[in-house]
Design a protein around this ligand. Structure first.
Ligand code: FAD
Length: 384
């Protein structure tokens, strides 16, 4: 008799391991194989931007290695193994020349960092940090250095800026926008974060972008579009993430911003599912932990035999900028309404009200961040 093909999960990030854990609570028998391009360490990615504040080195953020995860969950984990193609008609994946059958396949392979097309001979000093291995390399390069330039003023850029200042580094931030987190926060709340970061010493260069990174001594000189220059030892590029969709697209799966799935996390191919940073769930690409946790609970039930749709609930995001504590719950994409802003300086309460005056989103900074829990109860869930 042919051996039963395993359930295969590609990716051992928070999505992959959360799903494996949830699945094992319901099904201890079905063979489960996880495949990852990296070392398979289990860690909490949000902790990467709190290393200095919490006094942790990269290796101290590891919760378990791949071997310990395999043993704990009764699964197999293949590390340093990159899946190169999918053949959904044959229920197979390719790892180079090797072919491997699956009974069900879960794509939990995350998002890629967006890389700017920069010129200059100092580009080896530019780091993108989207996993523990990136973070380890960055921390090693940072040893004995003092000045960091950050490209991008989004969530990740602002969190690293605050953390690096807490670690004693000098930080310059360069971004084409006019305030912090423009896609996520109303301007007044973004301005509060900028003020908080300025108060601890971060220098901002808004409404311009880096065009060249040239070598200058042991470090670099960034040439900005507005003619200014910024000298630094290292550069972090934090200009955004893009769900990994190429292999799925090549295999004929429906792809838009992410790999398109319905609320049962089903892709357009039978027995193939997606969750986490690579997935576009019911129209939403949400690169955060709470949505992937909810998805992993629902998908575990589906894989164990009970088809289950994800319910998102209200999912506030905490921005880890202790200089200006911030929590945001963005309104739904199609929401009609407007922001109502109160407060000043570091303390902003922004409520997004719809036409019937119901609060359907919020952004809270400074002292108002404490209202997150109460307001989360008032805001209707994304879907229930
Ligand atoms: C610095 C930072 C701070 C953050 N802070 C917060 C926060 O405070 N709150 C919050 O909600 N969210 C936060 N996020 C976002 C959150 O961490 C992510 O949404 C989440 O970790 C994504 O998990 P994932 O498993 O979907 O993807 P990933 O963690 O990216 O995992 C992808 C996995 O797929 C593997 N892989 C990729 N391609 C292949 C392939 N072809 N073959 C085999 N394996 C492959 C990778 O090796 C990896 O194991 C933060 C993100 C960063 C970078």
């Amino acid at each position: 008799m042919r051996e039963r093909a395993p359930v295969v999960i590609i990716g051992t990030g928070l999505s992959g391991y959360s799903l494996a854990r949830e699945f094992r609570k319901l099904d201890k028998e079905t063979p489960l194989l996880m495949i990852t391009a990296d070392d398979g360490h289990s860690y909490s990615k949000p902790m990467l931007s709190t290393g200095f504040t919490k006094g942790k080195l990269a290796d101290e953020l590891v919760q378990s290695d791949a071997g310990a995860m395999a043993e704990q969950l009764g699964i197999q984990v293949r590390t340093y193994t990159t899946v190169t193609a999918l053949d959904t008609d044959r229920h197979e994946i390719a790892i180079g020349d090797e072919r491997l059958r699956y009974s069900k396949l879960v794509l939990a392979w995350g998002a890629d960092v967006i890389r700017l097309n920069l010129e200059g001979e100092g580009l080896e000093h530019v780091y993108s940090i989207n996993d523990l291995m990136d973070y380890r390399a960055f921390r090693q390069a940072l040893e004995g250095r003092r000045r960091v330039a950050i490209m991008g003023a989004g969530l990740i850029g602002c969190e690293f800026a605050n953390d690096l200042v807490n670690g004693g580094y000098e930080v310059d931030m360069i971004a084409p926008c006019t305030t912090a987190l423009p896609g996520l926060l109303p301007d007044a709340a973004g301005d509060a974060i900028v003020q908080g970061l300025r108060d601890i010493g971060v220098r901002f260069h808004f409404e311009t972008a880096v065009s060249r990174v040239d070598r200058e001594g042991d470090g670099v000189r960034l040439v900005l579009d507005n003619g200014e220059t910024v000298d630094a030892d290292l550069v972090i590029s934090a200009v955004g993430l893009r769900p990994r969709t190429e292999l799925a697209k090549a295999a004929g799966l429906t792809v838009q911003k992410g790999i398109v799935v319905n609320r049962a996390l089903e892709t357009s191919a039978p027995d193939v599912y997606a969750l986490g940073d690579c997935a576009e769930v019911d129209g939403y690409v949400l690169l955060y932990v709470l949505p992937l946790m909810a998805s992993s609970r629902a998908l575990a039930k589906t894989l164990a035999g009970t088809r289950t749709e994800v319910s998102y609930g209200t999912m506030p995001v905490v921005i880890k900028t202790p200089c200006c504590p911030t929590a945001v719950c963005p309104p739904p994409l199609s929401a009609q309404g407007q922001w109502e802003i109160e407060g000043e300086g570091l303390d902003i309460r922004a409520l997004f009200r719809d036409s019937s005056s119901q609060v359907i989103g919020f952004a809270l900074t400074g002292k108002y961040a404490l209202e997150k829990q109460q307001l989360s109860k008032e805001v209707p869930p994304l879907h229930s």
